[in-house]
Design a protein around this ligand. Sequence first.
Ligand code: DOR
Length: 454
Amino acid sequence: MTQTQPLDHLLPDSNSVLVRGGTLVRPTGSTPGDVRIEDGRITAAGGSLEPADGEALVDATGLLVLPGLIDPQVHFREPGNEQKEDLASGSAAALAGGVAAFMEMPNTKPATTTAEAIADKFERAAGRCGADHSFFVGATAENADQLGELENSPGCAGVKIFMGSSTGNLLIPDDATLERVLRSGTRRVTVHSEDEHILQANYRAIEPGTPVTRHNHVRSVEAAVRSTTRLLDLVEKTGRRAHLLHVSTGDEIELVKERDLGDLVTVELTPNHLFLFAPECYELHGSWAQMNPPVRERRHRDALRRAAADGTATCIGSDHAPHTAEEKDRPYPQAPSGIPGVQTTLALLLTAVRDGWLQLEDIPRLCNAGPAKVYGIANKGALEPGYDGDLTLIDPSIRGPLRDDWLLSRSRANPFIGRPLAGLPVGVFVRGRLAAGREGLALAGRPLEFATSA
Ligand code: DOR
């Protein structure tokens, strides 16, 4: 038995598609209803719709219908490290996981730091990605003064800042350069917040034989909190909006609430920090659970779960970060940090709904409306007329363990293999086309568009 029943046989070759009989899941509630997509746009959503002549019909009886998920944080490794992942394999994994659009990070090889490098990624994606897509530009001391221009390159997602070093060589370790970056440009910047000085001191102190269970002490809570404090100070000073990626500590959640900077600061969480905790994750999965910032103790996981449920967090992004098995087998700290996740985010969130700490309606809030609002993505993020015809169809009855042969990423180092499922995506529409989660089908993904005011 395959884990999902792909809807390939329903591949509608029509400009008009009627998805009938499903349950529409919106942040405001879930209701039975049909969705019509014409020429790539939703023209009706809700109630019972009569089929029109020549319209392709998709039977969604028993299925949940969400807006096509947007994953606002993935690392697909092209150019430079295609043995870990490339844009085609990453996009195929995204679609299989119910993700209709992805936003990719700039720490490739070379890093995406120029207009040419951004354009090169779009050229590579054309005809090889079924999912719609966008690419971030990385901030460096060298390009800091050009970022205002670079962030407005066609399709660009905005500026990514690494305050602490991770995979690749992008780094803005000091406040003076960070302030220059924040004063260059107007769109919301997106930030990996760990204090480089604390990280360096802690890495220098590692003794031979130190196990991966020490990872969350090496990349300490203090490093995360210190960095986020510095960032919030500069955000307040400059008035530049910032999006905090993969927040890993309950302390930073408290900090964001205390500082109360309103829309200036938004928060993103990853499934890794929501579903794993230390030291158990390192004892069970070794370096497969190693990422930056690290997965921490249960009290942090629980605080992050509350932040996901109570609206403190705006987005969930996978931080899909594939590495080869050979690299992951190296001893700590040589094994690279990163966990693949673009295909498993939705499956995991469905288990959170089953387990009762998230509502079904939180999924489109965190995975559609959230990313669309944070980044000002045009025409996506809602199941409403006028929006792109992006739909994620979920079969909530699929059970059994999450199977490794379902995964399409080049990296199989996924610590969530074996988790008991509570439903899985079975089909994704991208602007009205059924884009099955495998290479070779419907590779007509397009660059995302952004509202200029965002
Ligand atoms: O664990 C991580 N892996 N954190 C990052 O910030 C980068 C990512 C990667 O690209 O491998």
